[in-house]
Ligand binder design. Structure first.
Ligand code: ADP
Ligand code: MG
Length: 236
C-alpha cells in the first residue's frame, strides 16, 4: 500500500542521511513526513536551529541521544519532531496506547511542551495529554489509557505508573527527559530512576539538558543505551 511505501522511503532516506555531508538548513531538508513538515510550517518553523540540525537526524536514526544546548536554543522541537516521526512511521493509532512519554521538571514547562506539540502535531492523528497534578489521579487515570503522547512531571508520572490501572507503558517507543539537569537539581533523581525502571527496555531515550555535569552523565548511563552525545555548548 501507498503509505507503507512512503514510510519505507522515509526510513531509507533517514538511514542514508549523513549529517556531515548533508548539512540541512531547513526542516524540509530533513527526511520528515509531510504531516510533520506541514505542522512545522503552519507554526512558522522553517529554519533549523543548531541543536535541531545536530540531533534530529541522529534521533530519527533510532539512537539514544544525550543532547546539551543552552536555554532558548530550540530543544523542544529537537525532541517533538522525532517523537511524531517515530509514531507516524510505526503507524501508531489510538488503540496502541502510550507511544511516547515526555518528562519535564515543572508544570509550566510541561504545559509549554504540550502547546508546541498541539501546534506542530496538528496534522498528525495522535492524542496527547498532560499529567501535572492539580486534577485528581482518578480523573486523569480514566483518560490516560487513550493517550499516545503523554507529557508530565516526574512525581505525577510515577504515581500513574504505580497505579494498577491507567497508565500502561508496555508498548512505549520513546522516552524523553527534558531539562534533565534541572530535574536532578530539583531532587528528582530517585523518581526518574523509578520511572525508568518501570519502562520496557526496548525503547529509544532522548535526554535533553541545558548544561553538562557529572550527575547528568550518571543519569545518562542509567537511562540510555549506546547513546550519542550531541552538544552545542561551548567547551572551554
Ligand atoms: P529550549 O528548550 O532550548 O530552551 P525552546 O524549544 O523553548 O528552547 O525554544 C526557544 C524559542 O525558540 C521558542 O520561542 C521557540 O518557539 C523558538 N524556536 C525553536 N525552534 C525554532 C525554529 N526552528 N525556528 C524558529 N523559532 C524556533
Ligand atoms: Mg526547553
Amino acid at each position: 500500500n501507498k503509505e507503507n511505501e512512503y514510510i519505507e522511503e522515509l526510513n531509507k532516506r533517514t538511514q542514508e542521511y549523513d549529517p556531515k555531508l548533508q548539512r540541512a538548513t531547513f526542516f524540509k531538508d530533513l527526511p520528515l513526513c509531510r504531516n510533520v513538515l506541514k505542522g512545522l510550517s503552519a507554526s512558522a518553523f522553517v529554519k533549523l536551529t543548531a541543536i535541531q540540525r545536530e540531533s534530529i537526524p541522529v534521533s530519527l536514526q533510532g539512537h539514544d541521544v544525550l543532547a546539551a544546548a543552552k536555554t532558548g536554543s530550540g530543544k523542544t522541537l529537537a525532541f517533538l519532531v522525532p517523537v511524531l516521526e517515530k509514531l507516524y512511521r510505526e503507524r501508531w493509532t489510538e488503540f496502541d496506547g502510550l507511544g511516547a512519554l515526555i518528562i519535564s521538571p515543572t508544570r509550566e514547562l510541561a504545559m509549554q511542551i504540550y502547546e508546541v506539540l498541539v501546534k506542530v502535531g496538528s496534522q498528525c492523528s495522535f492524542s496527547a495529554g498532560l499529567v501535572i497534578g492539580g486534577k485528581d489521579v482518578k480523573y486523569e487515570s480514566e483518560r490516560i489509557s487513550k493517550i499516545n503522547i503523554l507529557i508530565g512531571t516526574p512525581g505525577r508520572i510515577l504515581q500513574h505508573l504505580d497505579q494498577a490501572v491507567g497508565l500502561n507503558a508496555s508498548n512505549l517507543q520513546m522516552l524523553v527527559l527534558d531539562e534533565a539537569d534541572r530535574c536532578l537539581d530539583m531532587g528528582f533523581k530517585k523518581t526518574l530512576d523509578a520511572i525508568v525502571g518501570n519502562l520496557p527496555p526496548m525503547r529509544q531515550t532522548l535526554l535533553f539538558s541545558a548544561t553538562q555535569s557529572a550527575s547528568l552523565a550518571d543519569l545518562a548511563r542509567l537511562s540510555l543505551t549506546d547513546y550519542k552525545n550531541i552538544g552545542t555548548l561551548e567547551t572551554g
